[in-house]
Design a protein around this ligand. Structure first.
Ligand code: ATP
Ligand code: ZN
Length: 286
């Protein structure tokens, strides 16, 4: 029987929906319920396991699952023998030190001799070691942000995205010790067949990621300024130029990266471009 690649994703929580969405965007159809422990893909040699995120590195190291989607924060905290194969571009957050907002944080040295509450003892200890500081780490599994308020700790180290949870608890973020996003981890002993399924999956993921960072742009250009307008546009090879029914005008099609997008749009308008349409791209194969 042909082999399948077993993928572990979070059963429920912050990474679940984006993980399912990514699989869908990769054209992988997982129909049977998320309420089960596992589900089969209908059109790709893959089986999906739904687990707690903390358990995913261990399952992948043990080979119970072949690959997993999980936050870098969990990968580096658990420190299992797994390889990061690709960043996934979602689940972005940072692991940060925070203290009561009235405190003056003078840098890592502030933490010397203090009590730090965290669910990430390994990463916090690494940070302290890097700065040659000794402090007491108090490991707690949830609601870390209330620790200073109830006198359990002087500082915390926790995941932050907007910072509103810290603010609501009278804390301020002082230092990030890790930038994190969801990644694919893989077991170190995949068979040749599993490696080849993984390559197919990675190829699809890369196409989806590239497409998200790019937009398809269509515009009308006056022919007297066509050269100028075309030179502003990168395109995959070069922009497509088609004559419009109206004399003296052309339609120009191209692909623009999100980072340079607004900048180029401004310049296109200044060069006389009109009727600019910007369209999302679903997949991008280079
Ligand atoms: P589980 O029940 O699977 O153990 P959990 O409660 O540990 O879930 P979630 O809160 O769902 O975990 O977070 C899962 C992951 O989402 C985190 O490990 C992190 O990688 C990512 N994440 C992104 N933004 C945030 C944030 N603001 N706070 C916490 N985690 C975040
Ligand atoms: Zn968890």
């Amino acid at each position: 029987m042909a082999q399948k690649l077993r993928l572990a994703i979070q059963k429920s929580g912050r990474l679940h929906d984006d993980s399912m969405k990514l699989l869908k965007e990769c054209g992988i159809d997982i129909s049977n319920g998320v309420n089960k422990l596992k589900a089969d893909a209908n059109n790709f040699p893959m089986e999906v396991f739904f687990l707690r995120d903390d358990d995913i590195p261990q399952y992948v190291e043990d080979g119970v699952a072949d690959i997993g989607f999980v936050g870098e924060n969990v990968v580096y905290e658990k420190n299992k023998k797994v390889t990061v194969a690709e960043k996934l571009g979602f689940g972005k957050c940072r692991l940060s030190i925070a203290v009561r907002k009235e405190e003056t944080y003078t840098g890592a040295a502030y933490l010397a001799g203090k009590k730090i509450a965290t669910s990430y003892p390994v990463l916090v200890q690494q940070f302290l070691n890097q700065h040659n500081i000794s402090a007491e780490i108090h490991e707690i599994s949830g609601s870390v942000e209330i620790a200073p308020g109830i006198g359990l700790a002087d500082a915390i180290c926790d995941l932050v995205s907007s910072g509103s949870t810290l603010f609501m608890n009278g804390l301020k973020e002082t230092e990030s010790i890790l930038q994190s996003q969801a990644v694919i981890i893989k077991n170190s002993d995949l068979t040749t067949e599993q490696e080849s399924i993984l390559s197919k999956l990675l190829f699809r993921i890369q196409s989806v990621k590239k497409a998200k960072n790019n937009k398809y742009i269509l515009l009308n250009a006056p022919n007297h300024n066509l050269q100028k307008i075309v030179s502003l546009l990168p395109g995959m090879k070069s922009p497509t130029v088609l004559p419009l029914a109206e004399e003296g005008w052309s339609s120009v099609h191209s692909v623009l990266n999100e980072n340079e997008f607004w900048d180029i749009i401004e310049q296109l308008k200044d060069a006389g471009a009109q009727g600019i349409l910007v369209i999302p791209i679903e997949k991008m194969i280079l």
